[in-house]
Design a protein around this ligand. Sequence first.
Ligand SMILES: [Zn+2]
Length: 364
Amino acid sequence: MSKARIHRHLAVLGAALTAVAVVASPAGADAGRLEHGCYNRATEPYTSAVDSHLHFRPFGGKAIPFDELTGYLRKSGVRHASMYGIGQTLPVNSGCTYYLDCPGTPVTPSMKNDFVNASDYAQEHSKDPELTLSMTFMDLNRPETIPAGIALYDSEYPDMFRWAGEVNLVKQALFPNHHKPATSENIKNWAPFMKTLRERGIPITLHSDLGSNAESTKYLHLMEEVLRRYPDNKIVWAHMGLSKELSTMNPDEHIRLMQRLLDEHPNLTLDLSWRVLEDQYFSKPGVRAKYASFLDRNPTRAIPGTDFVASRNKDFQVYQEELEVTSRINKALDDTAFRNIALGENYFRLLGIKETTPQVCRVQ
Ligand SMILES: [Zn+2]
């Protein structure tokens, strides 16, 4: 073979290897296959091994089939996931798949999506990924309807629901679709169902916007009221209160506020899901380091997630991208926070399941 020929040959081989490497990394590697019994961050993926915030049901229209979606998780190295319905469904006769496209169309919580999830969950007995079924039907503005709903679930699918949420306390994006924030009076009337969740050790994920760019902490008082009234419930704050409506809050101010709430409420956990956090905050110059050191200081207080919504117009590429984007913060974490957050130790502890994650290998 001529020199030039060999050179070309190597170039082609190199390109092929690169293509393989791109497919295999960062997602796709097997988190369970460890070289020295420890997790080597230099060679293993930085993408989270748990997805605590995953909507198996869309707002409306067709969903990605269960088997296909669990296949996405397996291919991405996600070993555990919470199986959320969706806290806001469009009417069945609506042609919409996304509420933002249909202002004026009312969206409401519904039992339908939980029942579809429960039925898939019961039939499939998925062990890889291991799934945690969640009840998402709760209308926090009508708390009097919730205990009867839980009783119905208990009779149809006993002991199967181990999580609650994501449910909406206040979600500004839904205001055009007739959603109203829960009131103090509503929150007081949550007591019966919050007692049930507490007794069962079930965490509840609340979507509760902190505020908007005009008033960054406009709705903080609602979340504080929940935390004050229900100090013994496991409460997970979706997206740390951030949203598209709140893209310009000073990160130092946000972190200070989160730290105060974590200090005051030991049962509060922060949910880091949704790519908006990376796009609007972590990716800005200097901001990632601030959040990473905040999480390093509070390594047991946060859980990861994609907030992927499984509507049929999406595919594996979209899931993989959302997992990668929402996992970028992991790279900046120290080993303790990485193990607790990205590998899933906090998620397991919150659920009270006897699963443990590997230690991170010590860099020589
Ligand atoms: Zn969500």
